[in-house]
Design a protein around this ligand. Sequence first.
Ligand SMILES: O=C(O)Cc1cc(O)ccc1O
Ligand SMILES: [Fe+2]
Length: 446
Amino acid sequence: MSTDPYTYLEGFGNHFTSEAVHGALPKNQNTPQKCPYGLYAEQLSGSAFTAPRTHNLRSWLYRIRPSVVHAPYEPVKSDLLVSHFSINSEDCVVTPTQLRWSPFDLPAKPDKVDFIQGLKTVAGAGEPSCRSGLAVHVYTANSNMDQRAFYNSDGDFLIVPQHGVLDITTEFGKMMVHPNEICVIQRGVRYSVNLMGGEARGYILEVFGEHFELPDLGPIGANGLANPRDFLTPKAAYINDDENKGPWDIITKFNGKLFKTSQKHCPFDVVAWHGNYAPYKYDLAKFCVINTVSYDHIDPSIFTVLTCKSYSPGVAIADFVIFPPRWAVAEGTFRPPYFHRNCMSEFMGLILGDYDGKSGGFLPGGGSLHSPMTPHGPDANVFKAASEAELKPVRVADGTQAFMFESSLLLSTTKWGLKTCGKVQEDYYKAWGDLENNFQMPSVDQ
Ligand SMILES: O=C(O)Cc1cc(O)ccc1O
Ligand SMILES: [Fe+2]
């Protein structure tokens, strides 16, 4: 069990209420003439005011000062962050080549790099101003954000820590996120990340248009996969300026570029809040795994934790899929991932251990990208071993956690991702080179 000093509100998409001080939420209304205890009321919208109820997201924050009390914004250099992936963009390259990255480097000491300074974009599609598309980033950091806070104006971040524990202070309260947990911090929410172990590395899926939802369960029924009650949202917690003197830097990613403003007061001064637009975390070990109990390899969509839907039924802008520890029992079946050519883009990462589709080269903190219609599948060693394995029930993936960001969009790779990071394995294609011609012509008398 990982240690977490904080307590949370349980449930996915609930209309929560949370008070750090009893009586701080106004009774029966959102905007009273005077809020309790002299607080200011502020609404944070996550959807158009007029979005249908099923998709309407907003929270009311009751805070010591409204967020608007700050200096003008100024640009901050942020060359390695990319959010525009058009074919003409100077920042990115398109290639159908199968790509695999060795683990991304942690910052070299004595450089001090915090969570935001350590963000680098690997791939993506679309762009935020038209609210369409996604980006895949990695973060590598070795210092706390301290009195720096961040909010993303472009989209929601689904953060997948691979190494190091993130102690995240948000406007809504505090969350501790360990490797093998994930968190979602939505567009507009302010937060600051401190590192429990001194260093951290992980992956981020950013979606520009819509928000993450639990996948529909169809014939699975009402239960299973990621169960709603296992999602945890912070409880209201605030810092009063008297305890923590400014100035604070507030950084935002706005249409792909970073901007900074400063303010004298702490942004984490929300004494109470209510609503259904709030960050959350989820422990991947709680995933209720469903799979075949008879034969054949089931498509990895059966392991979807969260999805960001497009307007086309059943087609995701991005799915977050995991490959959790489980029993493999399929009879008469080639059990690892099959050879395939997918109309979707598949970016994969590894949190812990190894992945049953590859016999080496895919390591924790690294990644891979298989683009639309680009062939891929088990490497030659995995194919041979799984073709000959005795098919008794076995535990697979114990002590491991691989994941996939799967998108219906074609991902471009950034120049940093393809070249500057220096982590692309040029010989990745050789993983399949030893797959032999095993064809045996039937003899004429058969
Ligand atoms: O390519 C991969 O390793 C991901 C994947 C896993 C699987 O079990 C089936 C299809 C698929 O794309
Ligand atoms: Fe695949």
